[in-house]
Design a protein around this ligand. Structure first.
Ligand SMILES: Cc1ncc(COP(=O)(O)O)c(C=O)c1O
Length: 390
């Protein structure tokens, strides 16, 4: 077989979502698409705001020459300055274009940062349940993923974090609002984690980066406020994108923002820019960099997500599921009534509801529901969940 051993293992590891997708396709063929309520994929369903579409049209019609060429691998200075301005407001710390590198989505940003900071065997701590791609991204750059269990409410435990740090720990990845759980971390928790990292950096004599995956930062409910990592911890790096809040997942536009207080700022900036180049991303898409400029404060319509979150929480409660109410993103991660999450998914699949087993996210006994779906899909799925076990 010509495919590498590692790739074969990775294909096997990521088989849950694929298997659910194949199941959904098979059942759609058997019963018709109307009888299948697919909550398996976190693909943003809302269209980009009209302001973005107008901006993209005018960027595409701009007669200036050179707009489609390669640019500095970090991205257009004007776009980087505008993103720096946005992050400054959110973080309460002043950034400029020399703190921002444009990327091919948050996925591209994560890979560039990990390539920039990891030596072979360096450890990266992630909290379970986790976004499964982290495992692959860490491995891509010869790092070792150290998985630390979060608590029953899916909050990281600073004590467990402290125990997991070794002299090979290079970074900790956090994701709030979280995929797959929808939980948000509090300012108090961030401060506790920052204290653990400061103490461990001092003890081990090397800096530990806090890598904050902020892709769902603007998808929050009920006036939930989010802490600012840059004010809590100096060696922090934000990776984010416009995939979710502007509905541009397929356009691959995101960014890396470096805390102005990070150690060896200029070297880290250059390393991230070089990593963007040598990984083959080269630069973030030029048309998208110009299109987002005028609408960094625009957001997709949140009504659909609010509606779906409400009906699915109601359905789960009526069906006797235990769950933590999501405060952000568009996922719920309920506990299965029986311990076997794969069996729970099979029962739901036979009733037309497609969800993913928690095992795929490092927390068996749970299922993940993605509610970036049409209203009717959520309503019908909720009715099935409400009848679970009856
Ligand atoms: C937690 C998390 N991080 C990163 C990404 C990747 O986002 P992007 O499309 O910006 O690469 C996703 C996508 O679903 C995600 O859920």
């Amino acid at each position: 077989m010509s495919i590498s051993q590692k790739m074969r293992e990775q294909m096997q590891r990521s088989s849950w979502i694929r298997r659910m997708f194949e199941d959904a396709e098979r059942i759609k063929k058997e019963r018709g698409a109307d009888a299948v309520f697919d909550l398996s994929l976190g693909n943003p369903i809302e269209e980009p705001p009209s302001r973005f579409l107008e901006s993209m049209r005018s960027a595409a019609h701009d007669p200036a020459s050179g707009t489609h060429r390669y640019m500095n691998n970090a991205g257009f200075p004007t776009t980087r300055a505008a993103v720096a301005q946005m992050v400054s407001k959110e973080q309460g710390v002043q950034l400029n274009e020399n703190h921002v590198i444009m990327s091919c989505g948050a996925a591209g940003a994560l890979n560039a940062v990990l390539k920039a900071i990891l030596d072979p065997g360096d450890e990266v701590i992630i909290f379970a349940p986790f976004f499964v791609e982290y495992i692959f991204y860490i491995d891509n750059h010869n790092g070792v993923a150290r998985i630390v269990e979060s608590d029953g409410a899916f909050q990281p435990d600073p004590g467990r974090l402290a125990e997991a740090i070794t002299d090979r720990t290079k970074a900790v990845i956090i994701n709030t609002p979280n995929n797959p759980t929808g939980v948000v971390y509090s300012g108090a928790l961030m401060r506790e984690m920052a204290a653990v990292l400061k103490e461990a950096s001092r003890r081990h004599g090397r800096e530990i980066y806090l890598l904050s995956d902020d892709v769902y930062r603007h998808i929050v409910y009920d006036d939930t406020s989010l802490p600012a990592v840059f004010t809590e911890y100096p060696n922090s790096i934000i990776v984010s994108s416009f995939s979710k809040d502007l509905g541009l997942a397929g356009e691959r536009i995101g960014y890396i923002a470096l805390s102005p207080a990070v150690g060896e700022l200029e070297a880290l900036f250059s390393a991230c820019v070089t990593a963007t180049r040598v990984l083959g991303f080269v630069n973030a898409p030029a048309l998208m960099q110009r299109s987002i400029l005028a609408c960094l404060d625009a957001r997709v319509d949140m009504d659909l997500y609010r509606h779906n979150r409400q009906v699915l929480c109601d359905g789960l409660a009526r069906g006797g599921f235990r769950f933590v109410e999501p405060m952000g993103a568009f996922y719920i991660f309920p506990q299965c009534p029986e311990p076997d999450d794969v069996a729970c998914c099979a029962v739901l699949r036979d009733k037309g509801v497609i969800v993913v087993p928690g095992s795929g996210f490092g927390r068996p006994g749970h299922i993940r529901l993605a509610y970036s779906v049409e209203r009717q899909t959520a309503v019908k799925a909720a009715a099935v969940l409400a009848e679970y076990g009856r």
